[in-house]
Ligand binder design. Structure first.
Ligand code: CS2
Length: 512
């Protein structure tokens, strides 16, 4: 991928001739932690841009404010370029706030190590098992949880899960790594630890706990009992809601970082200034003072999670697919089309809000107005192809419960059906239909499967039925509902024959 080439440490156009970002070249005003980071207390899985702009920033600020041995050692699930560049930069990188009239830049300085594919694959298990580790956090995306859409539990048919269960010394799946790391803790010292999911899954902490337990259940009896006993006694899985829009890095962000820092950062992270984190305060091994630096602790995270998953993420999917089909490369361009804005407002007001009980401190109008303004950030230019990627694992999180809610009342949620239809138009184009370059740029673990289903489908109705029954994407309960399937097929057919604007106009009228 081109990003890999541009992420490489050498030869980046923005950096030529400038000193690199390091501890002794970082401008003190940007550096959150001035000294070396504290000892590792957090082992983090997933070194993507979201982690680098969220947990890392909160943790650096919390340690700067209140201390604590909460350095972060992060294992990359992706390419080698980011870990390599961070190593060349004393484990530093910058977070570039991007919005009109902002020139803030932050260098969190909290990492104590980064692991990449080149490192000993057993190392991450050892790090999770280290006595100093008190939190294992995850940003591995929805796809990283190896969940079966049929059962909602661990997908024990997935090849990676099977290999990890078979006792590979170096597990590859995030759940395998966490489970084997916890088993090693149980076997060696048994000190308490928290597993903290920071991904957009409903009930993310408890769900992660369930997946780790499923893994334990499939281990040989001795290991199974040891791990289950340790999970019961000493491991917590708090829920958390995470929020910050963080696009992928390109050369324009390197140029901005250079301008603001005065030194060259090969791997800066662009991010909107907005940031939010709501957590359950259930940390078996203690935690950084995140509460002192803007995170909210509450006994019930669910209302925040569901609000964010539906209003932000669910609507984001609609913006991405309608926008891509209309030839819009970015979310602000998509959101700027009146037909897209109308569909997004209908979806929020008529289909998502009625399924929610908002948290007591949130005013719906204010929250929604803020979303539209965040989606209008033209300088951030978040891409429709980023948000539209991995729909097969994102959409079930965003739409399943709302669909069941409306179907129980005999209502067909038009704009959720439109979202699914637009997703299928992008990822499973029927023979002869070209969804355009933005749709083609979307990546999805189900792309091949969906293309095969599309290739043998003779109509939109045929394809929708195949996806709902054999696609292994949506919960079986959605496949049994013919009214839901018919409406998706209707919108898909309209998109293919008359275009996405016509389909959105129909959805608008039908939902009145
Ligand atoms: C987006 C999220 O990728 C997506 O589907 O909806 O990455 C979104 O930008 C973040 O959840 C914002 O917190």
């Amino acid at each position: 991928m081109t990003t890999t080439r541009h992420d490489a440490t050498a030869g980046s156009p923005a950096g030529s001739g400038h000193p690199r970002l390091r501890r002794d070249t970082a401008p003190p005003a940007a550096l959150v932690l001035n000294g070396a980071p504290p000892a590792t207390g957090i082992v983090h899985l997933g070194l993507g841009n979201f982690h680098r702009a969220h947990l890392s920033v909160y943790t650096a600020r919390a340690v700067a404010a209140a201390g604590g041995a909460w350095g972060v050692l992060a294992a990359s699930a992706g390419g080698r370029a980011v870990p390599r560049a961070m190593i060349e930069q004393d484990l530093l990188y910058s977070v570039v706030d991007i919005a009109p009239n902002t020139d803030a830049i932050t260098v969190p300085g909290i990492h104590t190590g980064v692991l990449s594919r080149d490192d000993d694959p057993a190392r991450v298990v050892k790090e999770i098992a280290a006595a100093g580790t008190r939190i294992v956090s995850l940003t591995v995306t929805e796809a990283g949880y190896t969940t079966s859409p049929r059962t909602g539990g661990l997908d024990t048919d997935a090849p990676g899960v099977r290999a990890d269960l078979a006792g590979a010394a170096a597990p590859v799946t995030p759940i395998g790594r966490v489970a084997r790391g916890l088993l090693a803790r149980a076997t060696t010292h048994g000190a308490p630890v928290t597993v903290l999911s920071c991904d957009n899954l409903s009930d993310n902490g408890h769900r992660t706990g369930r997946l780790v337990r499923d893994f334990a259940e499939h281990l040989p009896r001795g290991e199974r009992n040891r791990l289950l006993g340790y999970l019961d006694a000493s491991v917590s899985f708090p829920n958390s809601m995470v929020d910050r829009i963080v696009p992928a890095t390109d050369d324009s962000h390197r140029a901005m970082a250079l301008e603001r820092l005065g030194v060259h950062d090969a791997v800066p992270v662009p991010a909107e200034p907005f940031t939010m984190w709501v957590l359950e305060d259930d940390f078996a091994g203690g935690r950084p003072a995140w509460d002192q630096v803007g995170a909210t602790f509450t006994a019930d995270v669910a209302p925040y999670e569901l609000m964010k998953l539906r209003l932000l993420n669910g609507t984001h999917s609609l913006l991405a697919y309608l926008g891509a089909l209309d030839g819009r490369a970015t979310i602000p361009e998509a959101r700027g089309q009146i037909f897209v804005e109308t569909a997004a407002r209908d979806l929020i007001e008529r289909e998502y809000l009625p399924t929610l009980t908002l948290p007591p401190d949130i005013d719906a109008d204010t929250y929604v107005a803020q979303l539209f303004s965040r989606w209008s950030n033209t300088v951030l230019a978040d891409r429709t192809s980023r948000v539209g990627s991995d729909g097969s694992v994102k959409l079930p999180q965003r739409i399943t419960e709302p669909v069941l809610h409306h179907r129980a009342a005999g209502v067909v949620p038009e704009h959720i059906c439109l979202t699914v239809a637009a997703y299928l138009a992008c990822l499973a184009p029927l023979p002869g239909f070209d969804p355009g370059p933005e749709a083609r740029a979307m990546v999805d673990p189900a792309r091949e499967r969906l293309s095969a289903l599309a290739a043998r489908s003779t109509s939109a109705a045929n394809l929708v039925s195949a996806v709902l029954h054999e696609g292994d994407i949506f919960a079986p309960s959605l496949g049994e509902d013919s009214a839901f399937a018919d409406r998706i097929a209707h919108h898909l057919q309209t998109i293919v024959t008359a275009g996405v604007r016509a389909a959105a106009a129909e959805a608008h009228i039908a939902s009145r």
